[in-house]
Design a protein around this ligand. Structure first.
Ligand SMILES: NC(=O)c1ccc[n+]([C@@H]2O[C@H](COP(=O)([O-])OP(=O)(O)OC[C@H]3O[C@@H](n4cnc5c(N)ncnc54)[C@H](OP(=O)(O)O)[C@@H]3O)[C@@H](O)[C@H]2O)c1
Length: 320
């Protein structure tokens, strides 16, 4: 199967490595890569992990036409205010009858319902498992394993960078040091203020609500308060009483609509939401038929994000 990647940063490279490792059993081929500033690369026989980049085509449409890909991966940085240009990239792929997989939550947070319908009309598949909790089952769990279940709400700790930063503050280090650590781990957004101010969590919250609750919202509809004003002193004060701070996403269906919120909450250290340390994530679904159940991912790395892309790809390949 021919694959094209739009974006070749931490996630794109981890995905390419995973494909190389699994090539014998899953013979997918990356035939085109387009970046923002480093140009494009093409190869009919499949690109190596470190391809030689030449000048980019003038438009993403020209890139896609040249690649003749069957599945396109949208893995450019999050733009939380609009979801662009990723939404335009995805539409360009749909218009060419190409299936799309994305790890970029912007399009799901801003335009999920429209993109879902456009994919259906174009007769292509659209998958986005890595947008929340990397490769851990979230959307595919509900889609494939919970038939008839209505999601009434969810509670999650979904942003790893903020957890690394709180941990740094707890050790008496500064916020910048925590952000640097998250950067070194390859998990911070290109603009880390999106993690600290809660935009990444708001985008994930909107994405989850759009897909699982048909909320038709954007990140702007999520009440948001990040961890930007937290200090090592405040975190130490809380630690002395066995409490901590977590950036928690909450959604619930009410009589007046779906309420969405991201907030730095003070939690007991023994609270299930606080119990998952480091980069670990936790998401609880509140449902009508299955009570509350959840997904937990312990210390995921960018390798698990790559796995989410891979599982979407295998899902598409099986459906064809
Ligand atoms: N890192 C994680 O752990 C993780 C986890 C889950 C989801 N995600 C999501 O995955 C996406 C990618 O993350 P990342 O960590 O791989 O980002 P990254 O390391 O910053 O890489 C971004 C890539 O996108 C390219 N790019 C930027 N603008 C572009 C454009 N307009 N057209 C084509 N390419 C463009 C960049 O090219 P240049 O370098 O040449 O500018 C770079 O190759 C983001 O949406 C992120 O939210 C990441």
């Amino acid at each position: 199967m021919r694959l094209a990647l739009i974006g070749y940063g931490h996630v794109g490279r981890a995905f390419a490595r995973l494909l190389e490792n699994k090539h014998a059993a899953y013979p997918f081929r990356i035939v085109g890569i387009r970046t923002g500033r480093h140009g494009s690369a093409h190869s009919e026989r499949g690109l190596p992990l470190e391809p030689e980049f030449g000048p980019s085509e003038a438009t993403v449409e020209e890139f896609l036409d040249r690649s003749r890909a069957e599945v396109v991966f949208e893995i450019t940085p999050l733009e939380p205010a609009s979801g662009e240009p990723a939404i335009a990239h995805i539409r360009a792929a749909f218009a060419r009858g190409m299936h799309v997989v994305t790890a970029n939550k912007g399009p799901i947070a801003h335009a999920y319902a429209a993109l879902r319908d456009e994919a259906r009309n174009a007769g292509v598949l659209f998958r986005f498992e890595s947008t929340c909790m990397d490769g851990a089952p979230v959307f595919n769990l509900v889609r494939d394993n919970l038939p008839g279940v209505e999601i009434l709400g969810f509670t999650g700790v979904l942003n790893s960078t903020s957890k690394i930063v709180v941990e740094a503050l707890r050790q008496g280090r500064g916020m910048e040091e925590g952000i640097e650590e998250a950067r070194r781990m390859g998990i911070a957004e290109a603009d880390a203020s999106y993690d600290i101010d809660g935009w990444d969590s708001a985008a994930k919250t909107a994405a989850l609500a759009n897909v699982l609750m048909d909320a038709r919202v954007t990140p702007m509809d999520v009440e948001r308060r990040g961890i930007g004003r937290l200090t090592p002193e405040r975190v130490a004060e809380l630690a002395a009483t066995r409490k901590t701070v977590c950036l928690v996403s909450r959604a619930r269906r009410t009589a007046s609509g779906i309420k969405l919120r991201v907030r730095a909450e003070v939690l007991e250290e023994t609270d299930i939401l606080a119990a998952v340390r480091g980069t670990s994530n936790l998401l609880l679904f509140h449902t009508d038929l299955m009570g509350t159940l959840g997904t937990v991912s312990l210390s995921p790395t960018v390798g698990q994000t790559a796995y989410g892309l891979f599982s979407d790809l295998v899902d598409i390949a099986r459906a064809l």
